[in-house]
Design a protein around this ligand. Sequence first.
Ligand code: NAD
Ligand code: IPM
Ligand code: MN
Length: 373
Amino acid sequence: MSAPALSPTRIAVLPGDGVGPEVTAEAVACLETVAQEFFHDFDFTCHAIGGAALDVEGVPLPDATLDACLASRAVLLGAVGSPKHDALPAHLRPESGLLALRKGLGVFANLRPVRVEEGLLDASPLKPSIVRGTDLLIVRELAGGLYFGEPRGLDASRGFNTLAYTDTEVERVARMAFELARDRRRKVTSVDKANVLESSQLWRAVVERVAKDFPDVALDHQYVDSCAMALVMRPASFDVLLTENLFGDILSDEAAVLPGSLGLLPSASLGGSVDLFEPVHGSAPDIAGRGIANPVGAILSAALLLRHTLRLDTEARLLEEATRSVLAEGYGTPDLREARLPVGTTDLGSRIRRRFSELAWSGASRGLVALTE
Ligand code: NAD
Ligand code: IPM
Ligand code: MN
């Protein structure tokens, strides 16, 4: 009897709006190169979300899209949101499709790594002496807080939202942050507003409790306002930065200043039934359709998919290394103000893919040499 054929790894691709399709195409092409060089079998299926779904289906997250995501190993998303749909009520806006997707997948921990490479110090608008050595990981709670709290409402004279957390919601994301810190520099900074907010007082108490199970990891607490300042004053002092949903949203865009562009930052959303990967940036309507969007955040999100969902650490590292080395040579989209060699989205993507193949082949030949020695 012949062995059953291995089924391909199904990856749901949701390009979305604005620059979403442009950057996602580059990330998918990178995964195709990875599959080719390492003999993997990835099967990509494309589905509508956001404004693109509203235009054809009348809803920002069609059932068919969520079902396809739930039937996949991982989801790779571009971005949602478009000025055309800005006037819709909140529950019909493209953004609500993304929130419903995160909820539907059950992901609750959003990892947003931020690194400043030694060879790319010039890309930052901040002084090299400030950003040198920056290597931090924002762990943003993704399924609770102000985004989802009830009651919420809007009428002609009042709009309101509720910031609430349960101990269970805080504990699960805190545990993940401490686990992740163990593979890094073993330091967690928990960011809250416990001097004012009850939800933050609970947050702090639960994080303290979880920390007792991780005696090898150092914990400190910072208020979100002073953390916002510390992030650009002494970014290299942070390792894992654990925070609630809205604070994490804001701090991660701020952190994009460190490497020099929002277009560089990737993210991984974990903890649910299917993992979700998306760049931190939005649909960037101001530059959409011009072929100049930075694909690096999307490509590095694909690298996180390789690492976190597929456990393909070598492939993930090589894709990150390929990206780093092409950027270090001076190639970059126009958002990287100091790029010596300005290129467009597809050019940058294909340079990264070529470099990946070169690295994979030189690694393979080194491996062969080692085997024959
Ligand atoms: P944005 O992140 O889309 O853009 C902010 C700035 O960064 C713009 O100047 C843009 O040109 C630039 N930028 C973003 N991504 C870039 C890239 N890949 N390459 C080069 N430059 C890039 O934020 P915004 O303008 O506040 O929002 C636009 C729309 O995107 C809104 O509808 C918003 O709700 C939505 N949004 C979606 C997501 C998401 O899908 N995850 C995230 C943030 C915002
Ligand atoms: C992000 C975005 C989303 C968020 C929006 C579009 C719902 O800003 O992924 O950072 O606030 O989470
Ligand atoms: Mn955001």
